[in-house]
Design a protein around this ligand. Structure first.
Ligand SMILES: [Ca+2]
Length: 552
């Protein structure tokens, strides 16, 4: 952890300032597809139905987590084509959070942090193979979410909640890491990204699970036409969500729905009904279908009478993949995107909605984090959080219900390296790195900051700034373009405040054992549980573990 500790070495003439920190085909068999066709009906977000079937003291929770969708992809946040009417309506009826962050600029660590309430450096979703590298869970990764992490759905279960994940899990594909072992009662989706198609000999296609058992594989049973960009998956995910909401509303049992859809993650896809409907191309088609899905889910909550007792959040797991250029999303005014610790990497389009509790049309400037769902949901469900470990999420109750804000720092990590920190409206970079020269290839290769080079900031090598961090005023300069002079009064005033938060963070930091160091082809999805019933198990190759190679 010497890389992390390097930030401790920083010192500047210290002004004595006290800062109060509240750290405080689609045929899965034909049955599912047919069922899906049979039962689809449409809901309207504008429906008013206060015919409450269930009104318990415990609220229901919904997280609609997008994959690689950017802050700037929503009409409400300024996307010029204005193609997200349901999200814009959700915001108009609820609370918009412009300053909301993921805990990491990449899928797996972001999701591990969301569910554990803890930074990846604590929960183990990082690598120490090389300093400052982003790691995730492709299907040859040996690790996953450790048993000793307490995910908030596990705690909700103890108080009678029924929890369902729909879509991408990404916290490990080996059986011990599956959602049903970590707080979920139901699952429809996959353990890894929908990459492929693979040959099934050197690499197996990714399985799709219905609860504990595999029911098919992407590209074999669940068709994704990569060339056309077409798949019915989002429609299936919508239907799964609506059916779950109906079931839970009728039973009266409180629930948590984690809708972790992935159409905006490459390979992009949309169903035939949405393909070609966006001015933005396929990416926009995917956004439009997901926006439709949001309308269906909120509409179902209303139609089944549980809207007033349900807190729903919409957000995304990391910034838009700017390296995909027009095939990726928009991070609005923010610098760079996915995989970076600039604002474009982790500022998320976030909306809260709770008709009976959150007044409509509000904007909260609470600095928020996906990790805050942990503390917030537990509090609202009357469940004490664990006291034997640091929790990085804060409780958003007062922000949601009373419109209050509290100061809290944001720490930007890339793997094991603390790259930057935000306190108030100011952000300091201790290290800068966009992506390597090797990948960048003088502009002809991969670029995490296309069209956004800022001299000395978007560096293609890891540059250590700990002796004189780069400071930006995010309020005036959300795009991190204008470095504040170290000799300026603002710098001398703000840096000690940031360093106090950083030093407190690092002093109490006990990094978790890194889970993303070792890869082994034998752990891939050769023979997922349930494959025997389908006669679809593949031979497992000999184990040959090695250090994973993380290029970013
Ligand atoms: Ca992602």
């Amino acid at each position: 952890m010497s890389q992390v500790r390097k930030a401790l070495d920083f010192s500047i003439p210290v002004l004595i300032i006290i800062v109060i920190l509240s750290m405080n085909r689609i045929t899965v068999g034909h049955t599912l597809a047919e069922k899906s066709r049979r039962t689809i009906h449409s809901f309207d977000i504008n429906d008013e139905n206060n015919n409450t079937i269930t009104k318990g003291s415990k609220p229901n929770f919904v997280i609609m987590l997008m994959d690689d969708m950017g802050w700037g992809d929503l009409g409400i946040f300024g996307e010029p084509n204005k193609e997200t009417p349901n999200l814009d309506k959700m915001a108009a009826d609820g609370m918009l959070f412009p300053d909301f962050y993921s805990a990491n600029p990449l899928c797996s660590p972001s999701r591990a942090a969301l569910l554990s309430g803890r930074l990846p450096i604590r929960n183990g979703f990082y690598t120490t193979n090389m300093p400052g590298r982003n790691a995730y869970t492709p299907q040859n990764v040996v690790g996953g979410i450790p048993d000793h992490e307490i995910l908030f759905p596990e705690l909700l279960q103890t108080k009678g909640y029924r929890n369902k994940i729909i879509g991408k899990w990404h916290l490990g594909q080996q059986p011990q890491f599956h959602p049903l072992k970590h707080g979920f009662d139901e699952w429809f989706g996959s353990p890894n990204c929908h990459f492929g198609p693979y040959d099934g000999k050197t690499i197996p296609n990714i399985p799709v699970y219905k609860d504990a058992d595999m029911v098919g594989r992407y590209f074999e049973d669940f068709v994704i036409d990569v060339k056309a960009g077409e798949s019915n998956l989002t429609q299936m995910y919508i239907q799964e969500a609506v059916t779950f909401i109906e079931k839970q509303a009728k039973s009266g049992q409180p629930f948590f729905l984690y809708w972790a859809v992935d159409a905006t993650h490459q390979p992009l896809y949309a169903s035939a009904a949405f393909r070609g409907t966006s001015k933005r191309g396929l990416y926009g088609d995917a956004v439009r279908e997901l926006d439709y899905g949001v309308g269906q889910i909120l509409g179902a909550l209303k139609a089944y009478g549980v809207a007033d007792n349900t807190l729903a959040f919409f957000t995304s797991d990391n910034g838009a993949a700017t390296y995909a250029k027009t095939n990726g999303g928009s991070n609005g005014p923010f610098l760079c995107g996915k995989l970076t610790t600039f604002e474009g990497g982790s500022r998320e389009p976030t909306i809260a909605w709770w008709p009976s509790q959150i007044r409509s049309g509000q904007v909260s400037f609470q600095t928020g984090s996906l990790m805050d769902f942990y503390s917030t949901f537990l509090d609202l469900a009357g469940i004490p959080p664990p006291t034997d470990r640091p929790i990085d999420g804060i409780n958003l109750r007062s922000a949601l219900l009373d419109g209050k804000t509290v100061d809290r720092p944001i720490f930007y990590y890339r793997g094991d390296l603390l790259m930057a920190a935000r306190v108030g409206k100011f952000k300091a970079h201790f290290w800068t790195w966009s992506n390597s020269w090797q990948e960048y290839q003088n502009g002809t290769g991969v670029d995490f900051c296309p069209g956004q080079d800022v001299l000395g900031v978007t560096t293609h090598e890891q540059v250590n700034r700990t002796l004189e961090p780069l400071l930006f005023a995010l309020g005036a300069d959300p795009g991190e373009k204008y470095v504040i002079r170290p000799s300026s009064e603002r710098y001398r005033k703000q840096m000690p405040l940031i360093m106090e938060a950083v030093n407190e963070h690092l002093a109490n930091l006990v990094p978790g054992a890194p889970q993303l160091n070792i890869c082994d082809d034998s752990v891939m999805n050769w023979a997922p549980q349930g494959c025997e019933k389908l006669g679809r198990c593949l031979p497992i190759p000999k184990s040959n573990p090695s250090k994973c190679d993380w290029p970013h």
